[in-house]
Design a protein around this ligand. Structure first.
Ligand code: FES
Length: 230
């Protein structure tokens, strides 16, 4: 008999770590660049050992990253959640192409830059009747870790969302020589410190450098502050 999957959840604690339950697999996810330095693919690292429930650093100051070591208390971390609680589609702008559409919620950008190669996704969508452009467009949009970008099939009205395994990625960005957010994959519910359940999505990035202005989500600041998970 197939085993029922354990309920998974990430809870944002007040000025403290992310509390992870449900034995969610954890591994590094590294941005692989093409010859021009453009983001081309993701490379998953080996699984990282963890107990079934664990606490991930949110302030960026732990000496035991990615896990919390209590440093948030010593540094007086202010983890106030400032992100919009609107659903993604209420935050996003839509760009219609011939066969597909693109929705874009800019404030969720995690600066992974998969949107940029091959003439950028915003141009690709307007040429989506070309099967080759369309395939590139769908791949690049689905590689966007934060879910800022979503592709839609105009004939069905449905999102084109590649399935991802339930897992947490620790983003590494060698081109920018920095570490990035926690990449929550496969629809992991995120609960705020006051009990609000953010919209459950296939791709979500949570800040782990402590510096985002859109907490708990990443806003790309980790690159500007050269955050390192050493
Ligand atoms: S990890 Fe991206 S802004 Fe903090």
């Amino acid at each position: 008999m197939a085993q029922a999957r354990k309920p998974v959840q990430v809870t944002v604690s007040i000025n403290g770590p992310y509390l992870v339950v449900g034995d969610i697999p954890l591994a590094t996810q590294t941005v692989v660049a093409d010859d021009d330095g453009g983001s081309e693919d993701w490379k998953e690292g080996p699984p990282i050992d963890h107990p079934a429930s664990y606490a991930l650093c949110r302030c960026g100051m732990s000496q035991s990253k990615p896990f919390c070591d209590g440093s948030h208390k010593k540094v007086g971390f202010d983890g106030t959640e400032t992100a919009s609680r609107q659903a993604y589609l209420d935050q996003a702008q839509t760009l219609e192409g011939p066969t597909h559409a693109l929705t874009d919620a800019q404030n969720l950008c995690a600066f992974a830059r998969f949107c940029d190669p091959n003439g950028q996704v915003w141009s690709q969508v307007s040429a989506s009747e070309d099967p080759q452009v369309r395939a590139t467009f769908l791949r690049q949009v689905n590689q966007c870790p934060s879910g800022r970008l979503v592709a839609w099939d105009r004939s069905t009205g449905e999102p084109v969302e590649y399935p991802l395994p339930v897992s947490i990625g620790l983003v590494e960005d060698p081109v920018e020589a920095c570490s990035g957010p926690l990449w929550l994959r496969g629809g992991i519910p995120v609960v705020s410190s006051d009990g609000f359940v953010y919209e459950v999505r296939n791709r979500v990035t949570l800040c782990r450098c402590g510096q985002s202005k859109n907490k708990p989500f990443c806003d790309g600041t980790h690159a500007a502050v050269h955050f390192r998970d050493d």
